[in-house]
Design a protein around this ligand. Sequence first.
Ligand SMILES: Nc1nc2c(ncn2[C@@H]2O[C@H](COP(=O)(O)OP(=O)(O)OP(=O)(O)O)[C@@H](O)[C@H]2O)c(=O)[nH]1
Ligand SMILES: [Mg+2]
Length: 361
Amino acid sequence: MPDVSIVVPTFREAPNVRELHARVADVMGSQRWEIIFVDDDSPDGTADLARALSAEDPRVRCVQRIGRRGLSTAVVEGALSSSADTIAVMDADLQHDEKILPAMLNELRARKLDVVVGSRYVGGGSTGDWDESRKTISRIAGRLARGLVPEGLHDPMSGFFVVKSATFREAARNLSGYGYKILLDLFVSAGRPLQFAEVPYTFKPRAHGESKLDTLVAWEYLMLLVDKRIGHIISPRLLFFGLVGGSGVVFHYAILSLLFLGLGVPFASAQLVGTVCTMTSNFFLNNLFTYRDQRLRGTKLLRGLLSFYAVCGLGALANIGVAAYAFSKDVEWALSALAGIVVGTLWNYLATARFTWGAKK
Ligand SMILES: Nc1nc2c(ncn2[C@@H]2O[C@H](COP(=O)(O)OP(=O)(O)OP(=O)(O)O)[C@@H](O)[C@H]2O)c(=O)[nH]1
Ligand SMILES: [Mg+2]
């Protein structure tokens, strides 16, 4: 049985798989280790390559996930599939310096720590040839995480770390699993202060293949932060859905004022136009923000819009029904209206999650 499982999430990393394995084998010496590639069905055949490698070296395993995406959840599944007492997490693209792996493992064991982080922000480490804009983005992202992670941790965004398996499993159920920042997630989800150390390294340029960093990564980071800060009160998605709904109310009044007050359109017609416009803008905003990770495109976008109209139409009926019922029972008008809005919004949220964005292909 290996002492350490090196979990490597991959998406389109075919050109890097062999090289990473060779480099790890080189530095790990006589330690007992395995590599677990967790691949999200990369179209470039990364999983096949990993399996071919595993036929040559039984220390290599491949977990292939179909119909799923996400670096964090890939790491979780790889880590939970291991029976070693230590987990190492590193990228496939050779940006993490494998040469410090033995030092990280020694530190973890010798000092009986929970986590040892490969760090770009302690003495001797650096972000390598990052341009100014990437440095700035990284700095802002770090600031947003303040208060969530321990003061003394310099690189909570690192994707390169070793952790005691028991510690990982302890936190596993509380992990948010949004996006990329599994280390940050781990620190916040552990439920107790983790004992940690950092080992410096210099982040290298990507060897082959393409980066997967895009606006979705930023969005997922935001969802992770919201979840970790107020997720116990309200789910990040419901919060975004509510904010979009709030923006819809403002938009609706703007249209109504323009048509009814400004252009003299009859009230009922102005209200109808306002409602349709607002539902449409709410749909697109939710598609862009609330459900960015499962954005509808092409024909699915049209189908989604129609189902959104249908669901929200029913939501409006529920809203009116509940409000009218409450009002008939002598509840104050403002409270009755609020009850209708809450019920209507919850219905819209739950039903669109299922029918608009949750529908399978
Ligand atoms: N399983 C899985 N792995 C992923 C996914 N997205 C990214 N990865 C892997 O996670 C690691 C980090 O992703 P990168 O795109 O290299 O992100 P980065 O290192 O922050 O950015 P670059 O410097 O541009 O490379 C790589 O090994 C990717 O192949 C995903 O959705 N699923
Ligand atoms: Mg990378």
